[in-house]
Design a protein around this ligand. Structure first.
Ligand SMILES: [Mg+2]
Length: 246
């Protein structure tokens, strides 16, 4: 496989370039080489475990130089969505609250319930979310991500929280992260190459690869994260063991 023909490389973060604690071997070298070759590099993430600022700081500290304009995060998509509607929100998720600080409801009548990853999610929070929806708020969420892996440990993903709220309230969330059309149109504002010269590399079929397919990009599944092979429904164009093979 020759990767030279691609001009824009879009990388997922979690499970693709790092495991939330360390960058995978060879990733820094690949990104540096692509930069020397003047390729456009973007990173796209549904991660709400960390705020945008924390993500950029952590990844930079680990030695992968990641610029503010190179990171497309779901919190930006949610922020834009709320801004366009001039709407206020009640936010579940410590880091997401930080990213959406300007949109947080102060009147006690939020237009939207926004759900991201909350480390201390519990029954009380679930009751609160239920009440807010019952009072007429609309329901937004970052993703249906089932699990995430930090270091070598598996944690429940944001989807586990979203599904609990959906089940209790009977209302369905609108997902704004990958693979949604909201994330796709936001991402496409930054991609400078035609779709045939754009490649998306990620570890999850249902978020990364599906988004790439919708966009018409070339898609590569890496085996360093959650999915290790194609499914019946979602077939990446190519599968590699890790980003180091690019
Ligand atoms: Mg991932």
């Amino acid at each position: 496989m020759k990767f030279e023909k691609f001009k824009t490389f879009i990388f997922d973060l979690d499970g693709t370039i790092w495991n939330l604690e360390g960058i995978f071997p060879g990733v820094i070298e690949v990104v540096e080489r692509l930069r020397e070759e003047k390729k456009q590099i973007l990173f796209v993430t549904n991660n709400t475990f960390f705020s945008r600022k924390e993500l950029i700081e952590k990844i930079n500290e680990l030695g992968l130089k990641l610029g503010e304009n190179e990171l497309i995060s779901v919190s930006q998509v949610i922020n834009e969505y709320l801004k366009l509607k001039n709407a206020s929100a009640f936010v579940i998720g410590e880091s997401l609250s930080e990213d959406l600080a300007e949109r947080i409801d102060k009147k006690g009548k939020p237009d939207f319930l926004v759900v991201g990853y909350e480390k201390k999610f519990n029954i009380e929070k679930l009751r609160e979310a239920y009440e807010i929806l019952k009072n007429g708020a609309k329901f937004l969420a970052s993703s249906y991500e089932k699990i995430f892996i930090k270091g070598n440990e598996v944690f429940p993903g944001t989807g586990a929280i979203v599904k609990a709220i959906e089940h209790m309230s009977g209302k369905k969330a609108t997902i704004l992260g990958k693979p949604s059309d909201y994330m796709l149109s936001f991402l496409n504002m930054f991609v400078s190459s035609p779709m045939k010269e754009t490649v998306l590399i990620g570890d999850e079929l249902e978020s990364d690869i599906l988004l790439g397919k919708k966009a018409g990009y070339y898609t590569i599944l890496v085996k360093t994260g959650i999915d290790k092979e194609a499914s019946k429904k979602i077939k990446p164009d190519f599968i590699i063991d890790s980003v180091s093979m690019i």
